[in-house]
Design a protein around this ligand. Structure first.
Ligand code: ACO
Length: 426
C-alpha cells in the first residue's frame, strides 16, 4: 500500500506523505504543500481536515462508535464514574485505587471559590442566560490564579486542570442559584462530585437537602456522556485559543462561548423547546412536514460526524426512561419524543440524509425531570465538557510540534486599489 499521495498541478507533481493512525482514516499530510507549491488547501468548516494528532477520543461516525482512550462510551457510562473518566481523559489510563483516591482528593479540595469571586455574580442581571454568566465567570477565574500563568510548566498545567474540573460545578451551581434568587451553597467535601453538584443546585436554607441516589447516578452518567467528543467546534476553539499560550481558564471561557450556539451545545435547550412547541403526538406530522419544507430543523437530530445512531443518544434514552420511571413522572413530552423519533426514522427525508437522534434529543426531558430549567441544560454540558477541553489543551502542550494555530483563506475580495478622498467618492 502506498505511503504517499501525488497531487499534480499543471506540469508539476507534489508528493504528499500519508500518515497512519492506530485506527480510522489515514491522513494526507499537507503541511509542506504551501511551501512547495504556493497553493493552499480549501476546507471551510474543516469537513475533511485533521487539525491535530490526538490520543484521547476516537469516533467512527458511520458505525456509531465513540471510544475514550479506547474504552467504549457505553461501558464507561454503565460501569465507571465521571471522576474516573476525568482521570482517564486527562492522564490516559483508568486510575488504580490509590491513584483514584489521590485524584478524587485533589478535585474535592479545589471546589471552593475565592470569597471575592462571588461578587462577580452580583454584577449580572438575575434574568441573564446562565451561559452568559458562565462565559464571564470562567473567564474571570483567570484573574484569580496568577500562580499558574506559565502554560509551559507541566505542574502548573496539572493544577489548572484540577482547579477547572473542581470549580466548574461550584460556578455552574452559583449561576443557577443566582438565576433563581436563592443563596449560594458551599461545597461539601464528604459528598461525591455529582452529589455535591446537585446539593449546590437544589439545597435551600429552609430545609435539609436529601440526596436521591437515582438522580446522583443519572447526573454522573450525563456528565460521562458529555465529557469529550474529539475535535468538535468548542474543543477546536479551546485548542486554537490555547495555541497562543493564553491562560487555560480564558481558553475554557472561549470554549463555553462556542458551545452555547444552537448547532452545538445549545441544541439540548432547543430540542426541549421544540418538543414543547409540538406539544402532542397529533401535531407531529405537520411539524415534520415543516422540517421537510425547510422551515426549521429537527433539533436533537443530525450530527456532523455520526451518520448512524449517536452512541451517547442510546445511553441517554435509557437514562431518560429510568429517571422518569423511578421518579414516577409521566411526561407527555417523552411520548412526543418517542413518536417523533419513530416517524423521523421511517421517513425517507431523514433516512436519505442519515439523520439520527443525537445526545440532545433525550437529555432535555431527563434534565427537566431532575428539576433543571432548560436554560441550564447547556451549562451542564459545559461543566462536563470542561474535562475534555482541558485534556485536549494539555495534550496540545505535550506535543513538541505545537505551533500557534493560523488557518489561511481563499481571498475573493477587492485587489489592491488607491484610497479615494470622501469628496471624490460616489
Ligand atoms: N433537521 C432537518 N434536516 C437536517 C438536520 C435536522 N436536524 N440536520 C441536517 N439536516 C439536513 C440538511 O438540511 C442537509 O440537507 P440537504 O443536503 O438537502 O441540504 C443535510 O441534512 C446535511 O446537513 P448538514 O447541515 O450539511 O450537516 P452538518 O454536518 O453541517 O450539520 C448539525 C450537523 C449542525 C448538527 C445539523 O445536523 C443540525 O443543525 N442539527 C440540529 C441541531 C442539533 O441537534 N445539534 C446538536 C449537535 S450534537 C452536539 O453538539 C452535542
Amino acid at each position: 500500500m502506498t505511503d504517499k499521495a501525488t497531487l499534480t498541478i499543471g506540469d508539476k507533481s507534489y508528493d504528499l506523505p500519508i500518515l497512519k493512525g492506530s485506527t480510522g482514516p489515514d491522513v494526507v499530510d499537507v503541511r509542506k504543500f504551501y511551501g512547495d507549491s504556493d497553493h493552499f488547501t480549501f476546507d471551510p468548516a474543516f469537513t475533511s481536515t485533521a487539525s491535530c494528532e490526538s490520543k484521547i477520543t476516537y469516533i467512527d461516525g458511520d458505525a456509531g462508535i465513540l471510544l475514550h482512550r479506547g474504552y467504549p462510551i457505553g461501558q464507561l457510562a454503565e460501569e465507571s464514574s465521571f471522576l474516573e473518566v476525568c482521570h482517564l481523559l486527562l492522564n490516559g489510563e483508568l486510575p488504580t485505587a490509590d491513584e483514584f483516591a489521590k485524584f478524587e482528593h485533589n478535585i474535592t479540595y479545589h471546589t471552593m471559590l475565592h470569597a471575592q469571586f462571588d461578587s462577580f455574580f452580583q454584577g449580572f442581571r438575575r434574568d441573564a442566560h446562565p451561559m452568559a454568566v458562565m462565559t464571564g465567570a470562567v473567564g474571570a477565574l483567570s484573574a484569580f490564579y496568577a500562580d499558574s500563568l506559565n502554560v509551559d510548566d507541566p505542574k502548573q498545567r496539572e493544577i489548572s486542570a484540577h482547579r477547572l474540573i473542581a470549580k466548574m460545578p461550584t460556578i455552574a451551581a452559583r449561576a443557577f442559584q443566582y438565576s433563581q434568587g436563592r443563596p449560594f451553597v458551599t461545597p461539601r467535601n464528604e459528598l461525591s462530585y455529582s452529589e455535591n453538584f446537585l446539593r449546590m443546585c437544589f439545597s435551600v436554607p429552609a430545609e435539609d437537602w436529601v440526596p436521591n441516589p437515582i438522580l446522583t447516578r443519572a447526573m454522573d452518567r450525563i456528565f460521562i456522556l458529555h465529557a469529550d467528543h474529539e475535535q468538535n467546534a468548542s474543543t477546536s476553539t479551546v485548542r486554537l485559543a490555547g495555541s497562543s499560550g493564553a491562560h487555560p481558564f480564558a481558553c475554557i471561557a472561549a470554549g463555553i462561548a462556542c458551545l452555547w450556539g444552537p448547532s452545538h451545545g445549545g441544541a439540548n435547550q432547543e430540542a426541549l423547546e421544540m418538543l414543547e412547541e409540538i406539544g402532542t403526538v397529533e401535531n407531529i406530522p405537520a411539524y415534520v412536514q415543516g422540517v421537510k419544507d425547510r422551515k426549521y430543523k429537527l433539533m436533537g437530530f443530525g450530527h456532523r460526524v455520526y451518520k448512524n445512531f449517536d452512541p451517547r443518544a442510546k445511553v441517554m434514552q435509557k437514562t431518560c426512561y429510568e429517571v422518569l420511571e423511578q421518579l414516577g413522572i409521566n411526561d407527555p413530552l417523552l411520548h412526543v419524543a418517542m413518536e417523533l423519533e419513530k416517524v423521523a426514522l421511517s421517513d425517507p427525508y431523514f433516512i436519505d440524509r442519515k439523520l439520527y437522534p443525537n445526545i440532545d434529543f433525550y437529555s432535555g426531558i431527563t434534565l427537566r425531570a431532575m428539576g433543571f430549567p432548560k436554560e441550564m441544560f447547556t451549562v451542564l454540558f459545559a461543566l462536563a465538557r470542561t474535562v475534555g477541553w482541558i485534556s485536549q489543551w494539555k495534550e496540545m502542550f505535550e506535543d513538541p510540534s505545537r505551533k500557534i494555530g493560523r488557518p489561511r483563506q481563499l481571498y475573493t475580495g477587492a485587489t489592491q486599489r488607491d484610497y479615494v478622498p470622501v469628496d471624490k467618492r460616489g
